[in-house]
Design a protein around this ligand. Sequence first.
Ligand code: CA
Length: 286
Amino acid sequence: MTMEGNAVLLAEDDEMSRSATCQFLRRFGYKVGEATDGPSALREASMGHYDLVILDLGLPGIGGEEVLGRLRRSGGMPVIVLTGRSEEAERVRVLDLGADDYVVKPCSLHELEARIRAVLRRGQVTPASGRIELGRLVVDKTLHRVELDGQTLDLTPKEFDLLAFLAASPDQVYSREELLEHVWGSTQDWQDPATVTEHVRRLRLKLEADPSTPRWLQTVRGVGYRLSHDDAFGTQTTGTDTTNGIHKGIASPFTGDDLSGESELQGIQAPSVVRSSSDVPGSRFA
Ligand code: CA
């Protein structure tokens, strides 16, 4: 299956790589636009013709990271980053910047195409029910919006998908493998469970008052993650005494993400954008 007819913008300054990738994707039925530097990538992307951007980080003019940041601030168009570095820290950094996925260069074009397909497929998932209210946390799948205390959270498409999936079955625990399968839509080998860990960590930064002791997005050690139905701050208690006991057994600082006993990702920069207040004149927390 391909996502025939989808339009992809390929921002890559290396001509050989760009033309090979373009040819390959066109053979698969994609419409492909090309940009050879940062400014033209931004210009093209702003035209609204594309379903997804493939973005080389090493672009002249305006660097790929800055391009990604601007794309993120201007909307939710999916972005797959091409990066030359494969270390975990780099992968985390790329996701922190708001990429929906990344591919390490030199990459298999078949893998790139599979990732494009996966990202586009996620964007096409039609929610069964529109609005899920968990106390002060509201996930509106129709409007593709998450609100906490009436403030819209600025989530990447994949962060939204993960949260919406967990919110659909509050308190149910899912393993990272299950989340990969349900949210990332694939069980292929290159899907790394660390991807889930990284997204959970980034979601907590946006969702939790104290990300090191999460109230909403909780770790059940050795098992997986769940979204707590409890209103952790007690403003709209829903009387879920049974889960309170579990709260106390998990989520100690710095081990809250650790399902496997391996060391957690420390020292990674937090994303700068935490909450969007664009629709709120003045802070409600003031
Ligand atoms: Ca480059």
